[in-house]
Design a protein around this ligand. Structure first.
Ligand SMILES: NC(=O)c1ccc[n+]([C@@H]2O[C@H](COP(=O)([O-])OP(=O)(O)OC[C@H]3O[C@@H](n4cnc5c(N)ncnc54)[C@H](O)[C@@H]3O)[C@@H](O)[C@H]2O)c1
Length: 479
């Protein structure tokens, strides 16, 4: 169970969790806590420390000192500790998954998968790091990496920043999302148990809106790796002269041509649009289908939507409550706007608390907000198009450019459409997806800066350093 056994040390009283700095679990001197609301019960499930700015300053100093000696730690030793952390993480998947269920209402099975996949990612990063950093290039670490993951994959998107930073010789200050903070604290404890040096891995908690700017503008930070929504755009404008890795929102389009295998498309729309209730950056967020096959596709998707189970994450339902009341209200606003402007509702709109029943909206037009905005919920708009160009135009008119997908049996057409789509990745005949973890993953426009993926993150968190010995007499010259 969360906060018990090996994890008892991270608790401060019932359901109140400590923060982690200098290799120790601590209570904030602010005396304040931040409540974490269970999206299903809408009651306070846990509390975390509201760290003060002085505490953040201290953490930055400690992280800087610890990083200096970590950079001199042999690569094999860094990898060994990461493998150890990965094993502990996987061994203790159950209590961490339990936190994911309670904090972000992720279905129970998917929660376990997130933790296991995270352990695998840490090991993979250790392996890849030994290869990349062992090539003999003059690569040095950046220093202190500030890692800020979003609520929807708090553990996975934290380790996808922590592991590359550590293998490359950096230290870490993690600022977890509020919903997902306790899952992250349990994950950090696995790194603690693995025996990383004091001050190397730190986790400060508090409201993003309160300590966020202080952290991202802190002079002690040498790199920011952020995943989330528009907050990332604001951060990139405020941050100083440091490398930024920004993985932000998306409005992934699914373009369906006349010759597509409609059963395959329908299955991918369901998986891509509705898994984790649509709360995935790479969820299918708009379907652009050729008018001649639209009726048939909508019928097939409708039939599959009817089979989705709706309920609590503990029961492993397909559709679970969205993360917060404000998120549910936002989704409802998009639905109402579409209703007023004449979209066809394939199901009746239904909501109880944060739980929203899956909804397919047909005949959506470009004047509706849902055609452009990211609902981050189980509501999917269908726009009927009369030409491929119209589909590409809609995709490219978006301010987002994360991923997209195209369904057709004509590979030549698919490649041309992929080339024309202004997105970081295009999937042909499959829904968008971040994984596998070694794949490069990037968004353009408002969807991001830089590229993630194990290799890309390691490279991004290092820098080339050149030292030139100038001899009194030239030995040889290259240019
Ligand atoms: N491209 C990707 O890889 C990817 C992956 C997952 C989610 N996302 C996106 O994330 C969004 C959903 O996640 P979210 O609601 O957690 O996003 P969010 O932007 O609201 O929050 C992300 C993180 O930023 C923190 N934060 C808030 N204010 C801050 C500030 N002023 N300074 C520093 N940090 C601050 C939050 O506490 C959280 O940890 C969606 O838009 C989704 O598309 C993108």
């Amino acid at each position: 169970m969360a906060g018990t056994g090996l994890f008892a040390e991270i608790l401060d009283g019932e359901h109140v969790y400590k923060y982690y700095a200098d290799g120790e679990w601590k209570k904030s001197t602010s005396g304040k806590t931040v409540a974490i609301i269970n999206p299903t019960t809408r009651k306070t499930q846990y509390k975390v420390q509201a760290c003060s700015q002085e505490e953040v300053n201290k953490v930055m100093d400690l992280a800087k000192t610890a990083q200096k000696s970590w950079a001199k730690t042999p690569l094999w030793k860094r990898a060994e500790l990461l493998h150890k952390a990965a094993a502990i993480l996987k061994e203790h998947k159950a209590p961490i998954a339990e936190c994911l269920v309670k904090e972000i209402a992720k279905p129970a099975k998917d929660s376990v998968t997130e933790v296991v996949r995270s352990g695998d990612l840490v090991s993979y990063t250790a392996e890849e790091g030994v290869r990349i950093l062992g090539e003999g290039k003059f690569l040095i670490p950046l220093g202190v990496v500030l890692a800020i993951p979003p609520f929807n994959y708090p553990v996975n998107l934290a380790v996808s920043k922590i592991a590359p930073a550590l293998i490359a010789g950096n230290s870490i200050v993690l600022k977890p999302p509020t919903q997902g903070a306790v899952s992250c604290l349990h994950m950090v404890h696995c790194f603690h148990l693995a025996g990383f040096p004091k001050g190397l891995v730190n986790c400060v908690t508090g409201k993003g809106s309160e300590i966020g700017d202080f952290l991202t503008m802190h002079p002690g930070v040498n790199c920011i790796s952020f995943t989330g929504g528009d907050t990332g755009i604001a951060i990139s404008k405020k941050a100083g002269m440091i490398p930024l890795q920004m993985e932000l929102g998306g409005k992934d389009a699914c373009i369906v041509l006349e010759d597509a295998d409609l059963d395959l498309v329908a299955a991918n729309i369901i998986k891509g649009g509705f898994s984790y209730s649509g709360q995935r950056c790479t969820a299918v967020k708009v379907v652009l289908v050729m008018e001649s096959v639209a009726d048939s596709l909508v019928e097939k998707v409708k039939a599959k939507v009817a089979k989705l189970t709706v309920g609590p994450p503990e029961d492993d339902c397909d559709i679970t409550p969205v993360v917060s009341e404000s998120s549910a209200n936002y989704i409802e606003g998009l639905v109402k706007d579409a209703k007023e402007k004449g979209a066809t509702f394939c199901q009746e709109y239904k909501r109880e608390g944060n739980l929203i029943w899956p909804l397919l909206l047909d005949n959506v037009r470009p004047d509706m907000r849902i055609a452009w905005e990211e609902p981050f919920g189980p509501v999917l708009p269908v726009l009927r198009i009369n030409s491929v160009e119209e589909g590409i135009h809609h995709c490219n008119a978006s301010n987002f450019g994360l991923q997209g997908c195209v369904f057709t049996k004509d590979i030549n057409k698919a490649m041309l459409i992929s080339d024309a789509m202004e997105t970081g990745t295009v999937q042909i005949n499959s829904a968008p997806a971040r994984g596998p973890d070694h794949f490069p993953f990037q968004g353009i426009k408002d969807s991001g800066i830089g590229s993630q993926g194990i290799t890309n993150s390691i490279n991004m968190m290092t820098k080339v350093k050149t030292t030139v010995i100038n001899l009194p007499t030239p030995s040889y010259t290259m240019g």
